[in-house]
Design a protein around this ligand. Sequence first.
Ligand SMILES: [Zn+2]
Length: 499
Amino acid sequence: MRGCLRGVGESSRLLYTLAAGEQPAVVVGVHHGEADNTFTLTPAGEKLDALASGEISSRLLNSGSLLKGGSWRLVGKVHPDLGQVVAVGLGKPSGVQDEENIDMDRESVRKAAAAGVRAVTDLGLKEVQIENFGDCEAAGEGATLANWAFDRFKAEKKPRPAVTPLDSFTEEWLNGVRLGSAQNFARDLMECPANHLTPTLFVAEVIQQMKGLPVNIEARDQSWAEKMGMGSFLSVSRGSSEPPMFLEMSFLNGVKDADPIVLVGKGVTFDTGGISIKPSAKMDKMRADMGGAATVTATLKAVAEAALPVNLIVLVPLTENMPGGRATKPGDVVTAMNGKTIQVDNTDAEGRLILADALTYADKFNPRCVLDVATLTGAMMVALGTGATGVFSTSSKDFDVLSAAGRKTGDRVWRMPLWQHYTQQMKKSPLADLNNISLTPGGGACTAAAFLKEFTSCKNWMHLDIAGVMENEGAVSYMGSGMSGRPTRTLFQFVKDLQ
Ligand SMILES: [Zn+2]
């Protein structure tokens, strides 16, 4: 059913008063039409509209204003066999936009599904059936990501409606829900207060979450790291009374003995900055300085649940960065696992110190590729804001796979330079082979990447700096506010698509 809005009446979200109904609410989509002030119902919407003798389109027509993409409107009860009908806007179909490197239609579906969940939550309804808007996977993702809140420590929990697809549980819908749930798992880990998620508790939580999945988990302690010669990693944990842990997880479901993909995640469960202590404003956010660890762990969970035919290894160095009496001091020199010495001029540049040894350790698996993911530098937030994860790559081919993955998931990446120019800056240390910070101001995300490059011998290595995308304050409308769990779905898609 096509419709054209007649006149500009009173625009109202609540067109009809809610009556208590037993059936689940139903969410259907509305596209903008080609001509101004016209709209088109999706095929699912048309079907219900026909059942209700045109009542859905007629109520929308009389509602006075066009439903914008990502917004919702209560249509109400239109048929005895249907619960409350909610219409959500899909905007105009716009396809893949190369300049934006995004599939706008999939984004519109995520936004619409999320708007449906928000509507039902606001209306106090307990159950909802959401149509697929032509893309079951994106609908499942949007609905799942919108239906999240971190209220573990609150007596009053946010109501979360039970969400099911309107048609049937297709493989794509289930995959979308799986991806959304994986990202929500990463968000839970990132939001969790640091006193409830120490390195030891992170390991316990992961073991719990991976129960029943064919994932092998090895949790290594400080003495193991000492034996491995991980002097760079251990220099960060010195100031804390919480023992560090090194988590090694593997899911081997690919061709036997095929070189594995290795993901490395920064797991600083709280970052005070150490002796180079941070200002106190917003320091609480540093509970999410294990966002890399959270996203790679969540990716592994989704990969194992989906039983992807890949060999995947995930490495997570876990520690607090605290200014205790034994803490590393500015100017101290430490020796990394690969024998290189590092002058620690700033103890708040600790992420690269723990990743350095994890990258060296990753070499022993003879990896197909290594990706490290880290909330590494404030400079990345300055460079790209919340728009994209910054990526430094030694392989253009693999970067292209990651970039295409981001286009599909809507959680994009952007390539940054990995040049000798920056490496030279990191070699200006009076006391050691490398300095952990550049003494020349500017390009902080690039110099951090150049530092990490000194610790991997993998030909296909990528470093993902997720500091800018760590938190969502409205930039991604289908997620709500809080820690973001980005770019979990892009990592999953990359692992799936990499040849
Ligand atoms: Zn730091």
